[in-house]
Design a protein around this ligand. Structure first.
Ligand code: GLU
Length: 381
């Protein structure tokens, strides 16, 4: 069977470097020791260090973490693999507090703040709750927090339950307009057939379109303790790629699971280019809440495909928050483009005209230097 292979391999390192907003889903089998039912200490500490590295690069990170049921099962001494829904809910209730404690202790020790966000499928189908969820997550990110998301297993009954964190992570990435979702699991991506069952199974490094054939290759869960199999990962990929977010399925078993992700064997689902074009159109149609004037040098840089840096800006007007649309005005007075700002107007006023390396000194915290990232900018022709 000929999978939907890409003819030219895209530059994975570049995609990774350019992703400023990342969601990472970590599966239960990576986090929790099957036999002991406890957190894998060494692996966990290395994972936290990887996240901190990403934060230091100015990226925002949301973690979608499984593990509550497995941790709670051990604490409650529930040995049977097939727990009833009520037992799973009780295990999740006990395990979630343990899981959050681990994250909090590790991040606090390194000087970072994390938070707990529990979501049900229902929260995404009810518009008011959907918008609440979106604004809470965005506010947390703007405050420099690392949100730790899990399904609210304790109250989620079968009808309103995802049951796997792959699709939950895809929804989170979608509402947060993330650039990249990494699904860390115990397999290094999609194969033409199950590598556990067939020697002929071929690994698929890139997928640019999720065809019927790709869907057929996905199988159910292979492991008793993990709820999401390849099928839910493909469903997650359908959601993210259709909203312009790339997705990686990677094997996270080794310590420091994120550090070499762009070089390691994995399957990359690439976001639809059509969506990127639609996004630019959407940006141009949005009402701008402010204006940033730039010099000729910056105008030249933008036209050659670069992002807008504070050093090229000369003036800012209006009242805007991070993520709002602002117009970009050239030195000759022409409106050149519109874009989503990475800084609010108070921050922008402070950093206008300064070099990127001086931003932390002026603001008192570190952030990616672009005022407007090139992916978030659309030009008037
Ligand atoms: N929400 C479940 C837990 O925390 C995990 C679901 C999954 O494994 O994807 O245990």
């Amino acid at each position: 069977m000929e999978p939907n292979l890409m003819k030219i391999s895209p530059d994975r390192k570049k995609i990774f470097q350019q992703s400023s907003s990342i969601v990472i889903k970590v599966g239960s089998s990576l986090l929790v020791e099957d036999k002991l039912g406890a957190i894998k200490k060494k692996w966990f500490a290395s994972f936290i260090e990887d996240i901190i590295e990403l934060r230091k690069l100015g990226k925002t990170v949301i973690i979608v973490s499984s593990g509550a049921i497995n941790l709670g099962r051990k604490i409650l001494n529930l040995k049977d693999n097939d727990l009833t829904l009520e037992q799973e809910q009780a295990a999740a209730s006990v395990g979630q507090i343990e899981l959050s404690k681990e994250y909090q202790e590790h991040f606090k020790f390194k000087g970072f703040i994390c938070s707990q966000v529990l979501i049900t499928l229902d929260d995404f189908t009810n518009r008011r709750r959907y918008l609440n969820c979106k604004s809470t997550l965005k506010t947390l990110l703007n405050l420099g927090v690392i949100p730790i998301v899990n399904e609210n297993d304790t109250v989620a009954t079968d009808e309103i339950r995802y049951g796997d964190n792959d699709r939950l992570a895809a929804q989170v990435a979608s509402i947060c307009d993330s650039d990249l979702l990494i699904l860390l699991s115990d397999i290094d991506g999609l194969y033409t057939e199950s590598p556990k069952k067939s020697k002929d199974a071929e690994h698929i490094p890139f997928i640019s379109e999720i065809t019927e054939e790709i869907e057929q290759m996905a199988k159910g869960p292979e492991n008793d303790f993990s709820h999401g199999g390849m099928k839910t990962k493909i469903e997650a990929a359908k959601v993210t790629t259709s909203v312009g977010c790339n997705l990686i399925i990677a094997n996270g078993k080794k310590n420091y699971p994120i550090s070499d992700i762009a070089e390691n064997k994995a399957t990359w689902f690439l976001a639809s280019q059509r969506v990127k074009a639609a996004r630019k159109k959407w940006i141009l149609n949005m009402k701008s809440l402010g204006e940033i004037t730039i010099d000729f040098k910056a105008e030249k840089a933008l036209k050659s495909g670069k992002s807008l840096l504070p050093v090229g800006a000369t003036k800012c007007t209006g009242k805007f928050s991070r993520g709002d649309v602002v117009a970009v005005r050239g030195e000759d007075g022409q409106i050149l483009a519109k874009g989503l700002t990475s800084f609010n107007q108070v921050e922008t006023e402070k950093i206008i005209g300064i070099k990127s390396e001086d931003i932390p000194k002026v603001l008192g915290y570190n952030r990616k230097p672009e005022l407007i990232h090139r992916d978030n900018m659309a030009f008037f022709n």
